[in-house]
Write a protein that binds this ligand. Structure first.
Ligand code: ZN
Ligand code: MN
Length: 450
């Protein structure tokens, strides 16, 4: 452990590069199933994703949609002109010899995410901002398994759509990096574009980290860290690396610009390769895919609900309760349910859910979840029972014929008699019909009939 007085002389600069596996039905450029988790190796493949010569890729529109939706959620400007480029390199899990990616014209750029998270006191809110340099789409490569007999190649994952997100060098501590990644996971899930499960590799993160004496303008040499496949490892690896770099600088050593991997067994980072200048991937436009021209119509048709952003939901609920409580509920998944339910069942449920929250009549998350489930089931039952117009129309026609005289007076101009009809329809439907729909149908039936 580094002495705090030494540690405090330095500050760290951290930027992250994240890959999110997009949960589309099919792969990015072919019709293969995009879920091979339980498939035998090399069974979920076709000539396109295996890179046979002469095959032609076809763009999956859903992948572009997911990329755009996520870029919007990260505050990016969406590029109306997008193009795919070939990133050339050789690797056994990349049979084509190049990866189709967006280098020059990505989905989105210049984004910004405001992160708020719970401080160590479990009460107060801490805030910081992270710039999003870019979000681009690209295809995934296969998987290599190193065994005693040799290395095995599984190409099932080849062609899985990925969104790569590059943050600015805006993170100062491992805690911030972790808080950012956790929020990103919530965002990705709320947008419905990926399960973002780190253990399954659906969400992967690499970090660039450097240290410099406090007050120094120029950044120190950066080291890239790979293999941080859980939030815990991310935090541990960054902590370790900060101490390692400070110790080296204190000893008068030069930080080598290199790629290091986190080794969870030893709890250290290990040098993997020294970077001698940047690799030239010889990017050039993918000749087999036309560039994308994003139109206003297509963009506005993309389902994007800012109200579902986890920070929006969390802070809305925090206003009713308190920040610590809202955080706790969200942490346990209760608020995601809140957001989805209120989206699915409209304003009524939104109101009820808020009542439940503000009333504080629940003892815990389980209790709250059970209540919400009951509310949701109730709303759904009502919608099922009386959401069908034809069914409701029969009841209304019956009420009108039973009150022919009232109907005549209504038609003659006594519009306040609407209340009589609504009252009777609501009585016949045990109050389960939607009042708005009832009123609309009554008006329709009384004005269109002779
Ligand atoms: Zn395929
Ligand atoms: Mn990438």
């Amino acid at each position: 452990m580094l002495a705090p007085e030494i540690q405090s002389k330095y500050e760290a600069t951290i930027g992250l590069e994240i890959h999110v596996q997009l949960a589309t039905h099919s792969k990015m450029f072919c019709g293969c199933d995009n879920n091979s988790e339980n498939a035998e190796p090399n069974t979920n493949v076709c000539p396109v994703c295996m890179g046979y010569p002469g095959t032609l890729p076809v763009m999956n529109e859903k992948a572009v949609e997911y990329g755009v939706r996520l870029a919007k959620a990260l505050g990016c400007e969406i590029n109306r002109f997008q193009r795919f480029d070939r990133k050339n390199y050789f690797y056994p899990d990349l049979p084509k010899g190049y990866q189709v990616s967006q280098f020059f014209f990505p989905v989105g750029e210049h984004g910004n995410v405001k992160i708020d998270h719970l401080a160590a006191d479990r009460k107060t809110k801490k805030e910081f901002e992270v710039g999003i340099t870019r979000l681009h789409l690209e295809e995934d490569a296969g998987k290599l398994s190193h065994t005693a007999e040799g290395t095995l190649v599984d190409l099932n994952r080849c062609g899985t759509p990925l969104a790569e997100i590059v943050t600015g060098p805006d993170l100062r501590t491992p805690e911030e990096a972790k808080a950012f990644m956790q929020e990103l996971q919530r965002i990705v899930r709320a947008m419905g574009v990926s399960s973002a499960d780190m253990e399954k590799g659906h969400l992967r993160v690499d970090g660039n980290i450097s240290v410099r004496p406090v007050g120094q303008k120029e950044l120190g040499s950066k080291v890239e860290i790979k293999n941080m496949n859980s939030f815990k490892f991310l935090e541990q690896a960054l902590h370790y690396e900060i101490e390692r770099q400070i110790t080296a600088v204190e000893a008068g050593e030069q930080i080598v610009q290199e790629t290091r991997g986190w080794d969870e067994k030893t709890g250290t980072t290990i040098s993997q390769r020294i970077k001698e200048g940047s690799v030239d991937y010889r990017y050039f436009p993918e000749p087999d895919l036309p560039p994308l021209q994003i139109t206003d119509e297509w963009l506005s048709a993309i389902e994007y609900n800012e109200g579902l952003l986890p920070a929006t939901v969390r802070n809305e609920v925090a206003e009713k309760l308190n920040y610590g409580r809202a955080w706790e509920l969200q942490d346990k998944g209760a608020l995601e349910q809140f957001a989805l339910l209120s989206k699915g069942f409209g304003g009524e449920l939104d109101w009820l859910a808020k009542e439940l929250l503000s009333g504080q009549e629940f003892s815990g998350v389980e209790d709250l979840s059970a209540k919400w489930e009951a509310v949701a089931a109730d709303a759904k039952a009502r919608a099922d029972a009386w959401g069908d117009e034809a069914k409701l129309r029969v009841v209304i026609e019956q009420v009108i014929s039973e009150n022919a005289d009232v109907a005549e007076r209504f038609k003659a101009g006594e519009s306040k008699l609407m209340a009589v009809f609504i009252g009777q329809v609501m009585a016949k439907t045990q109050g389960q019909a939607d009042a708005g729909m009832v009123q609309r149908l009554i008006t329709e039936l009384l004005t269109n009939k002779e």
